[in-house]
Design a binder for this molecule. Structure first.
Ligand SMILES: Cc1cc2nc3c(=O)[nH]c(=O)nc-3n(C[C@H](O)[C@H](O)[C@H](O)COP(=O)(O)O)c2cc1C
Length: 348
């Protein structure tokens, strides 16, 4: 069975799950046009995740994927946390605010309990993908028994081999070009492989279907990755500009006016690629101490952004984008799918 038959989709194009940016409307537009729509639910409570899944199911009868985070929850080191708060204190003071004295774990991991799993068993989306790691064996087993297709991001061969050994169905090969968080399992090791090399590497050593993610903005780039062995491509940045995404006005403007990206750990505590702003120019300085652990660090990052925005400064937003953001086109999601399909066929 091909990947398209397995997922029951017409085109080998996935909308990337994008926590905070994807919406039921955007997911449904992509699915209704024959791609695989997605919901990024890693930052949602179980109740909010349920609502988004039900809303999407009401907008499309076609398959879509949902996405959760499988980070290993680490205890917060009080010394590092205090140091990080103190490092950012002058930034808060610039906006006449004070930082919190403690950091909160703002997102649970899929691994922490079976609450998200039970939601999936109840709502039965076609597919579920995971970022930052692999679910527990009993969770994979339960998803399989429910007929839900499982996918996990890999950024290198070691992660891909772990994914295959765990009995997952599909590997999302996330290259260094990708916008948003690196899916790396172990933050202290990042081999930074580019998407096209990663696809070839995984096709050589793994037998699972591979979906290429990172730097794809047009059909020609998509087709190149498919020629290298990818069964489909997953695009995030290209869809952020769609009217039905949840991106705010400052983010939309920056996508078109400041298309340079860099990876930073300072916003969330995990490496993530976004448009260059205050995080890269004012925080990532040589004297920067170790960042607090993910997602505690993100708690502070979001609070700093909120106080800055309240004073009219949008420079601390988490404006995730991939390296090829300069090629972004202003288009509705359905038109973008049609355009990608057209371009893929021209270059067959
Ligand atoms: C705004 C944004 C948010 C993202 N959020 C998630 C997420 O919640 N879960 C996930 O697995 N990947 C997330 N990603 C990464 C994408 O899955 C994908 O790897 C990436 O978008 C591909 O690169 P591209 O942005 O160049 O298309 C996000 C990417 C962006 C741009």
């Amino acid at each position: 069975m091909t990947l398209l038959e397995q997922l029951e989709i017409k085109h080998p194009i996935f909308l990337a799950p994008m926590a905070g940016v994807s919406t039921p409307q955007l997911a449904a537009e992509v699915s209704n046009q024959g791609g695989l729509g997605s919901l990024g639910l890693g930052a949602s409570t179980v109740a909010a995740a349920r609502q988004q899944i039900l809303e999407t199911q009401a907008l499309t009868e076609k398959p879509f994927q949902v996405n959760f985070f499988c980070h290993k929850s680490s205890a917060l080191d009080p010394h590092i946390s205090k140091q990080w708060i103190e490092y950012l204190r002058p930034q808060f003071e610039k906006y006449h605010a004070t930082p919190p004295s403690e950091l909160k774990c703002i997102y649970p991991s899929f691994l922490d309990s079976d609450d998200y799993l039970n939601l999936l068993l109840e709502t039965r989306p076609k597919a579920v993908s995971f970022h930052f790691g692999i679910p527990h064996p009993h969770q994979i087993q339960a998803l399989k028994q429910a007929g839900i297709i499982t996918m996990v991001s890999a950024t290198n061969l070691a992660e891909a081999l772990e994914i295959e050994a765990a009995g997952i169905d599909i590997i999302i090969a996330q290259g260094i070009e990708a916008g948003g968080h690196r899916g790396i399992f172990n933050q202290s090791f990042d081999s930074a492989v580019k998407t096209s090399d990663l696809v070839q590497l995984l096709k050589q050593y793994c037998s699972l279907p591979v979906v290429a993610a990172g730097g794809v903005m047009n059909g020609q780039q998509a087709q190149l990755l498919i020629k290298l062995g990818a069964e489909a491509v997953q695009l995030g940045t290209a869809f952020v500009q769609c009217k039905s995404s949840n991106a705010n006005a400052a983010y939309r403007k920056a996508l078109f006016s400041n298309p340079i990206t860099q990876i930073t750990v300072s916003i969330s505590g995990r490496p993530a690629r976004g448009l260059i702003n205050h995080w890269h120019t004012q925080i990532d300085r040589p004297e920067r101490p170790d960042v607090a652990a993910y997602p505690y660090c993100y708690d502070l990052g979001k609070q700093l952004n909120a106080v800055a925005v309240a004073q009219g400064d949008e420079g601390f937003g988490a404006f995730w984008a991939g390296t090829n953001v300069a090629q972004i086109r202003e288009m509705a999601a359905a038109d973008l799918i049609n355009q990608l399909v057209l371009e893929m066929n021209i270059h067959l």
